[in-house]
Design a protein around this ligand. Structure first.
Ligand SMILES: C[S@@+](CC[C@H](N)C(=O)[O-])C[C@H]1O[C@@H](n2cnc3c(N)ncnc32)[C@H](O)[C@@H]1O
Length: 251
């Protein structure tokens, strides 16, 4: 069996219990070397065959998986954060399906939630926004025109922007063009949950200069939205006048 496992954002304790157990008992591990914390590999049993996929092709990666499965061995494919986001796992799963090799996905703690925890701040506030948009700025990978930064900005929701900190100047221009006010808060979290994590606060109008001054060019999450400063209506969930399935109001 092949397991695509979310390694979490960096802190090795942020892998799930299920992911850690699979790492400890699989005979082959292929990890995404650029972002996965190598400390996680200390959970592998002695003798585990370990590959860094950073310099491997899709065919080499899936070739190792298929061969291991046919030899009766389990494989963990370790991806940063949660594998379903910008993880390039679809093409791996499609090749495995074609080869009739069984696989499963074990989710992980994505970097956007690790960034929210680092601040710490809630991403959805009643009366401000109830929507979180996960996206990226167009780079070498195209983004459909219907998802341009300006068109997403029009929603004034909380945005979590991956893979884009090196383009923050262009990005903030598009956010303004899309309708966010200039004083909308932006928080950039570099290497959330790593020991050298950094958090830069600003607004759409000044965050680009702050990020450049801090020389942050990669592995950062850009969080945008009024939630990060807003007056909001406290949630009804713990309001003593509000009844729900587990509690009657006015108690
Ligand atoms: C290829 S994507 C992988 C995302 C990953 N699957 C996830 O769920 O977090 C890499 C991007 O995720 C973000 N990222 C990953 N780890 C991060 C961290 N610890 N702190 C902040 N951003 C991170 C950055 O925007 C980085 O450019």
């Amino acid at each position: 069996m092949i397991y695509f496992v979310g390694a979490g954002p960096g802190d090795p304790d942020l892998i799930t219990v299920k992911g850690a157990e699979l790492l400890a008992r699989s005979q082959v591990v292929i990890y995404a070397g650029s972002l996965v914390n190598k400390e996680l590999l200390s959970r592998c049993a002695p003798g585990t065959e370990i590959y860094n996929s950073a310099n491997m092709t899709l065919q080499q990666i899936t070739g190792i998986m298929i061969e291991a499965h046919r030899a009766g061995r389990d494989v963990v494919r370790l991806h940063t954060g949660d594998p379903s986001l910008y993880g390039a796992i679809q093409e791996q799963m499609d090749i495995l399906r074609e080869a009739e090799v069984p696989f499963a996905v074990v989710p992980g703690v994505s970097s956007f939630v690790a960034a929210a925890a680092a601040i710490p701040h809630e991403l959805t506030l009643p009366g401000v926004t109830q929507t979180v948009i996960l996206t990226r700025f167009k780079g070498r990978t195209e983004v459909p025109a219907t998802e341009s930064m300006a068109s997403l900005a029009a929603h004034q929701a909380t945005m979590c922007i991956f893979l884009s900190v090196h383009l923050i100047d262009q990005l903030t221009s598009e956010l303004l063009a899309g309708g966010y006010p200039e004083d909308t808060p932006v928080v950039v979290v570099e290497k959330a949950s790593w020991p050298d994590e950094r958090i830069i606060h600003g607004t759409i109008s000044d965050i680009s200069a702050r990020v450049q001054q801090a020389d942050i060019t990669r592995t950062a999450m850009i969080l945008v939205g009024a939630s990060f400063k807003a007056d909001y209506t406290p949630s009804k969930l713990y309001d003593r006048n509000f009844s729900h399935g587990f509690r009657r109001g006015n108690q």
